[in-house]
Design a protein around this ligand. Structure first.
Ligand code: 5GP
Ligand code: ZN
Length: 133
């Protein structure tokens, strides 16, 4: 089985978009979220299960499955997402001591929600990037 084909991913080719996509539903206001930043094209809200003192998810309002699809299909939205993540880091006060901007992408990275999102993580020392091998 080839899971690398875009059509095999949720969110591609019309799957898991809109009503079926958790983050599209947050954008639509169907599911509540603690919004910390919003632009015409992006939304940032606190992760429901924070993994650090500051843990904010930054998403494009339009549905794109992952960062690869976003970069290919909507580079302007990708730039907006990066700018929004930087604005969140500043607003949350994590940019001075440092923070992580993380995009889990696909199976090996454990991506759970197939609407691209950057994790802004900070507010405390974050430890090594990955568990030691
Ligand atoms: P992923 O593993 O796909 O990179 O990250 C998905 C993130 O979404 C997880 O950190 C998870 O805690 C978060 N999450 C899942 N469901 C909800 C929800 O309903 N609301 C919010 N705010 N975050 C959620
Ligand atoms: Zn979506």
């Amino acid at each position: 089985m080839n899971n690398d084909k875009p059509s095999a991913r949720p969110g591609a080719a019309g799957e898991a978009v809109g009503r079926d996509c958790l983050f599209c539903r947050i954008v639509a206001g169907d599911i509540p979220a603690t919004v910390v930043h919003e632009t015409d094209t992006t939304l940032a809200f606190r992760d429901i299960d924070p993994k650090a003192a500051v843990h904010v998810l930054v998403i494009p309002k339009a549905h794109h499955t992952d960062v690869v699809a976003l970069a290919k299909d909507a580079p302007a939205a990708a730039a907006d997402l990066l700018a929004a993540a930087a604005a969140v880091a500043e607003a949350e006060g994590v940019h001075t001591d440092g923070f992580r901007l993380l995009f889990n992408t696909g199976r090996y990275a454990g991506q759970e929600v197939f609407h691209v999102h950057g994790h802004v993580l900070g507010g405390e020392p974050l430890g090594p990037m990955l568990a030691p091998r």
